[in-house]
Design a protein around this ligand. Sequence first.
Ligand SMILES: [Zn+2]
Length: 502
Amino acid sequence: MRTHPKYIFLVSIFLIISACSPSQPTNIPTVTEPVFLTLPITDTPALSTETPSPTNTPLPALERAQYILNTTIDYDAKTVTVDQTIRYSNLTGNQLNTLVLAITPNLWDGSFALNSLAIDGQPVTTYTLDGQRLDISLASLLPAGGVTEIQIGFTLTLPFAEQEDPSVSRPRIYGYTSRQINLVNWYPFVVPHINGEWILHDPWFYGEHLVYDTADYEVNLKFTEPAAAPGATMPIVAASGVPEAQPDGSTRYTITAARTFALSASRDFQTSSTQLGDISLTSYYFAFNERGGQAALQTSAQALQVFSTKYGAYPHKSLAIVMGDFNDGMEYSAFYYLSKDFYNLYDGTPANYLTFVAAHETAHQWWFDQVASDQAIQPWLDESLATYSERIFYENTYPDILSWWWSYRIDFYKPEGFVDIPIYEGQGFRPYTNATYFQGAHFLEKVRERMGDEAFFAFIQDYYNQGRGKIVTANDFFRILRTHTSADLSDLINQYFRNVYQ
Ligand SMILES: [Zn+2]
């Protein structure tokens, strides 16, 4: 191959991107035995149509949990004080005598301090907090359809998160850098209860390990006066949900039927916004990256239009596109991060990481936020669809560089491996993404070729409609796929999957 400057530039990008994530993790944490979620989708409560059972509790029935987080951030001290109320609705179909909450800040020494814990107004004394897991024994059984109110007071001392050394700490976004604080998975939440089990997996060096039910969020946010930095301005906040200024100077953010609430704050953020119907998109970026910030905004707006047409309506009223002061892109509800590296390498064309990762993270609003799955055990369900969504973005927006995307984004890495591996069996970041993301994209391409476009997109829309608000499994994916094609897919499934799906 003739080597020209563009090629050298592209290779240098690969090397930088490849270096972003650990490939040879040490200090491997213990892995719990993976549990496949074989529950047919129809066995998962249909939240929108759930008819709550009669209950003795005075709290009204809820179709999903409510989280209220009264939050005070001391930006200069890097501390966050929260009075949290969770109204948890027991949609498991069975009575419960325990609750399990994930508290991932407690994975970092000294980051999480529990100030108070009460259920239905009564202080809780019978609980265990071990790492990220809080087990609460309920004083009285919570019946199916019943609602209980959990009150938690806690203080976060944010860890410094700018350096990532996998030999001494796990990769993280949660914490602060010299110019940003990032609150992700920062509050206790009740983990899903499926097939009689609380679903809370161990963290890993790459991939995501948490699984979320949907919930409604109200975050009431205020900052302490910036006393430690005289003359300093209040930080600019990017968050899941729509902000509404309150008379007391605080801001209330609300979002409904979301998986998780993320928040980033920085005194250095610059912003740019656009409107698509009733959806507000805002890009948050640091100085000297305005061109990349604008491109991320434009790409997200284009992708949101493409995916709304091809998959189904975007569910929220806002989308925050946030430049991350770390080497990660990451999705949350109505919010995603793009690594600073993508902005720094942005070349003004749509043929680059900033563009396709922006499309990828936007697609996670469909394949993560709305249609959720077990990110630790079946990560391909959202990652292969988010990666293939990059292809759908390019074919509809920049079709002349579609072949470039296949070669640069996917086939450069010569992907191999089974698509349906848990994060714990990825054998490193690159083999894991090769299998789960890139082989997954190839599988979807071949399925589409065999089914034809019309049936393929009818399947995708049906999968979206049936999966919204739920936690789907690979069995759900193939069951719905089967209703849209009679084509023989067995050779493709044998080639790409290690498990057998009909
Ligand atoms: Zn992804």
